[in-house]
Design a protein around this ligand. Structure first.
Ligand SMILES: Nc1ncnc2c1ncn2[C@@H]1O[C@H](COP(=O)(O)OP(=O)(O)OP(=O)(O)O)[C@@H](O)[C@H]1O
Ligand SMILES: [Mg+2]
Length: 247
């Protein structure tokens, strides 16, 4: 479904070129759930931009299978401030030319699921960060994507809401058999949701390890000893990358 081979990326800043991603290679199968984790500034968002085509690599290859609907949740939510919650969530459906009845029922259902019933006519600026994040999640899900790219989609939520929406994501992934790519800072979230966990080094991001986590999605996994051990291992791996300062 997704195939990345030796992709590298750098940004020019004040006339100097700074490498951000180096020789990244991995693949994601259809229906797989993949989590990407790494220190702040290591290039996770840039990598997601490469996958969604918002950026092109300097070298290497990014291949995404053709003909699949994809939804994206950007780190800054990417909501339109001049559109209401309802219009934001329904946007993809309007662009697809769906009929009003279907749009209304799907948007209503998603807003209820996100705990946002009653906020239809609010504008994003009138919502908290966590509420905006849930609107972004609802908007991405509204088009029933087959590939879902998410950049820290749950980072602004309180612990319990976050856990509830992690369960919801898991349920959607299992029921709808979508392919998911989740960028997260949270070790527990990566282990809970990612069957494959791509661990990046600090900037310039290289792949430190690709961890197989086949139990993600199994019943009771979150409270199991195995889950706990996988989190500890991942924490150890990331600890070596905690350089403190940005360079
Ligand atoms: N448009 C840009 N121009 C120049 N430098 C950029 C640009 N976008 C990102 N960078 C740099 O690339 C590096 C990686 O940024 P990126 O946003 O991909 O990191 P990240 O892993 O998503 O971080 P975080 O976890 O904090 O979201 C950073 O050092 C950043 O300063
Ligand atoms: Mg980021």
């Amino acid at each position: 479904m997704i195939n990345v081979r030796a992709a590298s990326l750098s940004f020019n800043h004040d006339g100097t070129s700074r490498p951000v991603l180096q020789e990244i290679s991995f693949s994601i199968e259809q229906h797989e759930s993949c989590a990407i984790i790494g220190p702040s500034g290591c290039g996770k968002t840039s990598l997601l931009f490469l996958l969604t085509g918002l950026l092109q690599p300097d070298s290497g290859v990014i291949e995404i299978a053709d003909g699949f609907r994809s939804g994206t949740i950007l780190q800054n939510f990417g909501l339109f401030p001049w559109k209401t919650v309802y219009q934001n969530v329904g946007l993809g459906l309007v662009l697809k030319g769906e009929e009003q009845g279907l749009i209304r029922s799907r948007v209503d259902h998603l807003l209820t699921e996100m705990g946002l019933a009653g906020f239809h006519s609010h504008f994003p600026g009138q919502l908290s960060g966590g509420m905006q994040q849930r609107v972004a999640l609802a908007r991405a899900l509204a088009i029933e994507p087959e590939i879902l790219y998410m950049d820290e989609p749950l980072s602004s939520l309180d612990a319990l809401t976050r856990e509830r929406l992690q369960n919801l994501l898991l349920e959607i992934w299992q029921k709808k058999k979508i392919t998911t790519v989740l960028v997260t800072h949270s070790i527990e979230e990566a282990v809970f949701l990612g069957r494959k966990i791509i661990v990046l080094s600090r900037r310039p991001g290289r792949i430190l390890q690709i961890v197989d986590n086949p139990d993600a999605g199994e019943r009771g996994y979150r409270r199991s000893e195995l889950f706990f051990h996988r989190c500890i291992n991942l924490r150890e791996l990331l600890k070596g990358e905690d350089g403190g300062q940005e360079t």
